[in-house]
Design a protein. Structure first.
Length: 459
């Protein structure tokens, strides 16, 4: 297998074909082990998962008319578990390296996501939307291994490099362009109320969702409470509401926010009433904090440095960046009780990692760290799995096709070793990944991008 992967690499560093065992030209039958039943929250004995033409034909046994002698078959060990593919709704492909502004890393990153069982990603803002769009097309054509890339297009707001305020017609025209290119939704960050309102209006015209990294209303920002009333679909990071007054930034107000405050119940009720998803991005505050870097979810279980290009490895070894934000430690300290209380109140959480890597804690692996963080917050592991799969599909409006293991849905799965209901860290031990019925060996995917993680021109 590994020799085959090496042969598939072309001189320019791109993949001629995905390093998969085969395309979905014949039935894939997975027997043995157990699989996660989203309805019961339990692991069921696997009598046979059958994928054909990219979809699950059966989840409870092999149909009698399938000849097992002529199919692609994967037989699992008793300690292996099949999970729905993870869906990350804040999955950055951009990096912060060499002291340069953020830029996308389009070679190793998609492979790292897929190898870790993340079969769907929504970047939640793209610094190079043209490059990300082209990457999605290459993945769809089978020229580059990667997850389903649900493009988010450019940022709308002052975070966009070179942002200039758009009038209504210009914003509508830009949304129309990216909708025609197949984006799944949009991200507002540092947007004023007028921009956000127009974005929501036009995105919804196309049946697309909007998420937002918002503030308290300070300056020309938008409080999440007001964004919800405008019709926004998801909120990143801050819950908002009256506990975030417009004379203080959300970052300054967050450490004083507690679930026993009436303001918490008020904003949660608004999320519930408008069916808005909250992306808490717990570990995002650990990566950038000082004490947060010793958070137990940020440990390593494999040598991620092996994926760095020689130039990146040298730069990281010389000290790399110095992101140590004390206020993020204060936010991290109150995140867990808030996230747990939001979940217990019936709020919908989704997996969202939000880590533009600086050569430490790489894409894909960060998804398992966020799952571990949610488990450490006291959310039951079965619910953590639902958050990372079903909830993400519901939030993107694709739950009719993805998010659970069910007959007729797309065959996006991954196989791990260990019981994630006992220890959520079992999700880290990925053996196999299936996307659209195509089977990949995780270790082979990882080996194919060793020494290749770097922005263009700095390999």
């Amino acid at each position: 297998m590994r020799a085959l992967l090496a042969a598939l690499l072309v001189a320019g560093g791109w993949f001629a074909t995905p390093p998969a065992l085969s395309a979905q030209e014949e039935p894939l039958v997975i027997t043995g082990g157990r699989w996660f039943d989203d309805v019961s929250g339990a692991l069921r004995p696997n009598a046979g998962l059958v994928a054909l033409r990219g979809r699950l034909l059966s989840v409870d046994g092999v149909p009698s008319d399938i000849d097992l002698a002529s199919v692609q078959r994967l037989v699992l060990n008793d300690d292996e578990v099949v999970l729905p593919g993870l869906i990350d709704l804040h999955a950055h492909y951009n990096v912060q390296l060499f002291g340069m502004p953020r830029r996308e890393e389009l070679v190793a990153t998609p492979v790292l996501w897929l190898a870790n069982g993340v079969t769907s990603t929504f970047p939640a803002g793209e610094y190079d939307p043209e490059g990300m769009w082209q990457l999605r097309l290459r993945i769809q054509r089978g020229e580059h291994p990667g997850p389903r890339l649900h493009n988010s297009g450019p940022y709308f707001g002052r975070t966009r490099p070179g942002w200039t305020q758009l009038d209504r017609d210009s914003l509508f025209a830009e949304v129309d362009l990216w909708a025609s290119r197949g984006v799944r939704g949009f991200k507002a960050k540092n947007a004023d109320p007028e921009t956000l309102g127009w974005l929501i209006e036009r995105a919804h015209h196309h049946g697309l969702s909007v998420t937002g990294h918002l503030d308290s209303g300070v300056g020309s920002s938008v409080n999440p409470r007001d964004a919800i009333l405008m019709g926004i679909d998801r909120i990143e990071h801050f819950l908002g509401g009256p506990a975030f007054p417009p004379d203080r930034s959300a970052y300054a107000s967050f450490p004083d926010f507690r679930p026993d405050q009436p303001e918490f119940r008020e904003i949660v009720d608004l999320f519930l009433a408008y069916d808005v998803t909250y992306n808490p991005t717990i570990t995002a505050y650990a990566y950038y904090g000082i004490e947060g870097k010793s958070h137990p979810a940020l440990d390593f279980w494999t040598d991620e440095r092996r994926f760095l290009s020689p130039a990146v490895r040298e730069w990281v070894g010389e000290g790399g960046p110095d992101f140590n934000v004390a206020s993020f430690d204060d936010i991290l300290a109150v995140k867990c009780p808030l996230v747990r209380a939001f979940h217990e109140a019936g709020g919908r959480l989704a997996l969202a990692t939000d880590h533009p890597s600086w050569g430490v804690w790489l894409p894909g692996f960060v998804a398992h760290r966020e799952l571990h963080a949610m488990s450490l917050c006291g959310i039951p592991n079965a619910d953590v799995l639902r958050i990372a799969t079903r909830n993400g599909a519901e939030a993107l409006g694709i739950s009719d096709r993805l998010g659970t293991i069910a007959t007729g849905k797309l065959a996006d799965l991954f196989v791990i070793q260990g019981d994630p209901l006992v220890d959520i860290r079992a999700t880290r031990h990925v053996r196999w990944v299936v996307k659209s019925g195509t089977l990949y060996e995780s270790s082979s995917l990882l080996e194919s991008v060793e020494g290749r993680f770097a922005p263009a021109g700095r390999r």
